[in-house]
Design a protein around this ligand. Structure first.
Ligand code: CA
Length: 234
């Protein structure tokens, strides 16, 4: 899962990015309104963690010195960008929370917070957003519970690393859909993280070893998918 973290506080940002990466998320981090707007206009994320108290950014070109996190959120919703947003705020007044929710936030969390609570809220928001009405991702005897991050094969638990889980989650979200190596790398790495050139192959290999050689199919040079093998050339 790819997250955009919008947070101007350096310590909080660095801490959150490191912690969420350990959870297996690919995390990109921007620190002001202008950078958030530019990033959201050009890239797709599974979830945005949005601080409300943010500098406008944009240097001398800043058009609105009063712009803050709510500006980012309202602009997203105005252009029908329905990416889930969890507002992070130090302002614990009820008024700020209401404004955030009224502006289209899916949830909020008041700083300081425990990482466990943030993770639980991320899972809850993703579950609601998936619109499946059920928490489990399942295909061909393999079941992944995003809430507990547990995987089973024919009812037997399977232990996966955070990154193996991230690859499997991406594939199970859309059975039958081809995901390219680059799309899978996107789910595994944030900006500035060094991408090991064969990482995706390694995780696919591990997943096949643990879940069965046929569980993940690949189309040479195109990508990977879970599902029945497609007949090439037809
Ligand atoms: Ca702030």
């Amino acid at each position: 899962m790819r997250l955009l973290l919008v947070e101007d506080d350096r310590m909080i940002g660095e801490g959150l990015r490191a912690a969420l990466r350990l959870e297996g998320f690919a995390v990109d981090w921007v620190r002001d309104v202008a950078a958030a707007q530019a990033t959201l206009a050009s890239e797709r994320f599974d979830l945005v963690l949005l601080d409300l108290g943010l500098p406008p950014g944009g240097g001398a070109a800043a058009t609105d010195p009063t712009a803050d996190g709510l500006t980012v959120l309202r602009a997203m919703r105005a252009r029908q960008d329905n990416t889930p947003v969890i507002v992070l705020t130090a302002r614990d007044g009820a008024g700020e929370r209401v404004k955030g929710l009224d502006s289209g936030a899916d949830d909020y969390i008041v700083k300081p917070f425990e990482l466990d609570e943030l993770n639980a809220r991320i899972r809850a928001v993703m579950r609601r957003h998936s619109g499946r009405g059920q928490a489990l991702l399942s295909f061909g005897g393999v079941t992944l519970d995003p809430a507990t991050r547990q995987v089973s094969l024919n009812g037997q638990p399977v232990v996966l690393s955070a990154r193996e889980l991230a690859v499997l989650e991406a594939l199970l979200q859309r059975p039958g859909a081809l995901l390219s190596r680059a799309q899978l790398e996107d789910r595994l790495y944030g900006w500035g993280e060094e991408i090991e050139s064969n990482a995706v192959s390694v995780y696919i290999h591990q997943l096949r070893r643990k879940l069965g050689a046929d569980f993940i199919q690949n189309v040479r040079g195109v990508g990977y998918y879970v599902g029945a093998a497609k007949t090439e050339g037809t």
